[in-house]
Ligand binder design. Structure first.
Ligand code: BTN
Length: 315
């Protein structure tokens, strides 16, 4: 119930009357009042004004609810969650434990001292952001592993664009999530497999949530900046993990086509002229489509080619 009250307060972002809350939840106003009291004890700053109601001012310093696992309404994702205040990298931590953990186990940290980005880059991971790694064990051949990056960026986009945050986030191929052209999240997918069989995939997602504007890189944004309010980390994680669970289940049920369709609808890259800096080459052309493994189909001057990874800039 406390979670639902927080959701209502967050969504409103302003004063909402006790009566409205009690109606929405089907409980008495006295019950709402009791839960507000409990939330304040847990460190939530909630202002109340006669005739106006309640307004969420600040969420507590300890950002992740230790009850997150129990708050989740999921089938696979987050049945087990390992929470840390600080780790070197959640992807490293996840890889250390992946063999013995179940499909869907999640590692979360508030800070990373050695966050890793794509192509050996550093991923600056200060307090205010959130760093999440998913241990996945789908029954697929190794060449399909990049599809999990599509699953992950779609789950994040569907979280950010849901009614709670109501944003217009877009995916920049291969796996950056942007709002108004600025990066809010990056995804790093790592695979352990032999020739035929996957041992595990670790998908790491770093998200700028309440990251202080002063320490954000120039071309980056945060959820706080976009929604103009401090975001509850617990509620964000609940929503993200639940969206992830849904998309991951669609995936394991064989519905990759639908996932790719939705991914395309949210793409910031397709239909545009782009320059792609790959590991050894640079390509230029029209970003036409993605194939079912997430490779970009690029129409260059000479021919159509498939590009598997790279950094994209618009031409
Ligand atoms: C990129 O855009 O280059 C990808 C960034 C991926 C960062 C995330 S944060 C959680 C996980 N742990 C890491 O060390 N990296 C990923």
């Amino acid at each position: 119930m406390k979670t639902r009250i927080l959701e209502i307060l967050e969504k409103k972002g302003d004063y909402i009357s006790g009566e409205e809350i009690s109606k929405e939840l089907g409980v008495s106003r006295a019950a709402v009042w009791k839960h507000m009291k409990k939330l304040r004890e847990l460190g939530y700053e909630i202002e109340s004004k006669t005739n106006e109601g309640y307004k969420l001012i600040r969420t507590p310093d300890r950002p992740i609810d230790f009850e997150l696992e129990r708050m989740l309404n999921t089938e696979i994702i987050g049945k087990k969650i390992l929470l840390f205040e600080e780790v070197d990298s959640t992807n490293n931590k996840a890889k250390q434990i992946a063999l013995k953990e179940k499909d869907g186990t999640v590692v979360i940290s508030e800070v990373q001292t050695y966050g890793r980005g794509r192509r050996g880059r550093e991923w600056h991971s200060p307090k205010g952001g959130i760093y999440v790694s998913f241990i996945l064990k789908p029954n697929i051949p190794p060449e399909r592993a990049p599809q999990l990056t599509l699953v992950s960026s779609l789950a994040l986009i569907e979280t950010l664009n849901s009614a709670t945050y109501n944003l217009n986030a877009k995916i920049k191929w291969p796996n950056d999530v942007l709002i108004s052209g600025k990066k809010i999240s990056g995804i790093l997918t790592e695979l352990s497999s032999d020739m035929e069989k996957i041992n595990y995939i670790v998908v790491g997602v770093g998200i700028n949530l309440n990251t202080n504007i002063k320490i954000l890189p120039e071309n980056a944004t945060s959820l706080k900046l976009e929604t103009k309010r401090e975001v509850s980390v617990s509620l964000f994680l609940k929503s993200f993990l639940e969206h992830y669970d849904r998309v991951y289940q669609e995936y394991t049920n064989g519905n990759i086509k639908q996932i790719i369709e939705r991914w395309k609808n949210n793409s910031d890259t397709l239909g545009k002229r782009v320059k792609i800096i790959g590991i050894n080459e640079i390509y230029e052309g029209l970003a036409k489509d993605i194939d079912e493994n997430g490779a970009l189909i690029l129409k260059t001057k000479e021919k159509e080619i498939k590009v598997y990874s790279g950094d994209v800039s618009l031409r």
